[in-house]
Write a protein that binds this ligand. Structure first.
Ligand SMILES: Nc1ncnc2c1ncn2[C@@H]1O[C@H](COP(=O)(O)OP(=O)(O)O)[C@@H](O)[C@H]1O
Ligand SMILES: N[C@@H](CCC(=O)OP(=O)(O)O)C(=O)O
Length: 368
């Protein structure tokens, strides 16, 4: 199979100093993407820039800050953004497709499957998929700047080998270099620790959203899918190929040993818990330290209404989140059987198909 790469281009790399869309930057990236394809890489592009491309046309003097204004600007700008990409790519004989996704598309396994099939078909036919968040309907994105997260989710979805997150900074530094001239670049990260999370700050420019922090969160998600992540800069010919070949100007996150099976990726990062269970110390030790299934006896309380097969969050008695799992009972049944040993559960419920409330194969630990 061809080497697959997801490339994410942030607003900071696509805007002029006045905040509008920088057409020259789009042309530059089109030529870089063409070179990567010539070198044999299969590519999916995740691009920001819709708000930047649209706000002037609808009469705002500067990049809007209010949600509904950003949504309106993105609605105008997305068309212009795509048109600009298409015009630039056609010069290199590349045909592009627009794919707009929201976070909720990934929370639903069926919709995720549909997106995956469409992307495979486009790639199979040599089309370049260009993805952006569907900003007009996606409240969270515009608030948190989730195109970094989106690119990581896309990377996992299409089983990419690499994710290149391009920004205005040539990698992760020990401090935000805009505020600390003594900050040093970290060239390789093999484990995303609390310390690494701690060095990352917020957005550096008025156009970017999320800053390094959201890029590292994205690296964390992608690493769970076995994707190598590069965060860096590309503004000179050959930079993108260098990034793909492991000699880019930036930081590489090679944490593939943290990879998880697909179902567990979904459980941990995309599913929406419909309730929660509080467990006692013994149950916490069994599920966290010994990798056992969660039995009724260790459950102390139940919150929310859920059905068999739904996802719930599990927390300890101090309220710390331990992980998520798929339940074998609905919330009323868990109320009935919590705290009981398995022999009592069997007597109480006529139809016991599984004794575990959450089986260890349907569980993901989220404890740091
Ligand atoms: N530790 C750090 N190392 C490098 N950059 C950092 C760090 N902490 C915060 N930043 C900021 O993150 C910014 C990049 O994120 P952002 O503005 O959201 O860009 P984009 O639009 O490309 O997603 C940089 O311009 C930089 O100021
Ligand atoms: N979806 C938005 C991107 C929001 C944003 O600023 O993201 P980013 O530049 O990746 O931090 C747009 O196209 O304008």
């Amino acid at each position: 199979m061809q080497h697959r790469i997801v490339i994410k281009i942030g607003s900071s790399s696509l805007t002029t100093t006045e905040g509008g869309l920088n057409r020259e930057a789009v042309s530059f990236f089109a030529s870089e993407l063409a070179d990567l394809r010539k070198a044999g890489y299969q590519i999916v592009l995740v691009t920001s820039g819709a708000v930047a491309a649209g706000f002037r046309e609808i009469g705002y003097q500067e990049r809007p800050k209010l949600l509904h204004e950003k949504q309106a600007a993105a609605a105008v700008g997305q068309a212009l953004l795509m048109q600009t990409y298409r015009e630039a790519l056609v010069q290199h004989g590349i045909s592009a497709a627009q794919v707009l996704l929201t976070r909720s598309d990934f929370q639903n396994r069926k919709r995720m499957g549909n997106a995956s099939m469409a992307l495979e078909e486009l790639l199979g036919r040599g089309i370049l998929p260009i993805i952006n968040e569907n900003d007009t309907v996606s409240v969270d994105e515009l608030k948190f700047g989730d195109n970094d997260t989106l690119s990581a989710l896309v990377g996992n979805l299409i089983k990419a080998d690499q994710l290149l997150i391009l920004t205005d900074m040539d990698g992760l530094y020990t401090k935000d270099p805009r505020h600390d001239p003594h900050a040093e670049r970290i060239s390789k990260v093999t484990e995303i620790t609390e310390e690494i999370m701690g060095v990352a700050g917020g957005a550096g420019s008025s156009v970017g959203t999320g800053g390094m922090r959201s890029k590292i969160e994205a690296a964390k998600i992608a690493s769970r899918g076995g994707v190598v992540v590069f965060i860096g800069k590309a503004d000179t010919a050959g930079d993108l190929l260098a990034g793909a070949q492991g000699r880019g100007r930036g930081t590489y996150f090679d944490t593939r040993n943290a990879a998880l099976p697909r179902k567990k990726q979904w459980l941990g990062f995309l599913s929406t818990p419909l309730g929660s269970l509080t467990v006692d110390d013994g149950a916490e030790e069994a599920i966290i330290l010994h990798g056992r299934s969660l039995l009724p006896v260790g459950i102390r309380s139940v919150h929310g209404h859920f059905q068999t097969g739904d996802v719930v969050e599990v927390q300890n008695r101090s309220g710390e989140v331990l992980g998520r799992g798929i339940v074998n009972y609905d919330s009323d049944q868990v109320q009935q059987i919590m705290g009981l040993p398995s022999s009592e559960v069997m007597k109480l419920l006529n139809d016991v198909h599984r004794l575990e409330v959450i089986h260890r194969d349907e569980w993901i630990s989220l404890k740091p």
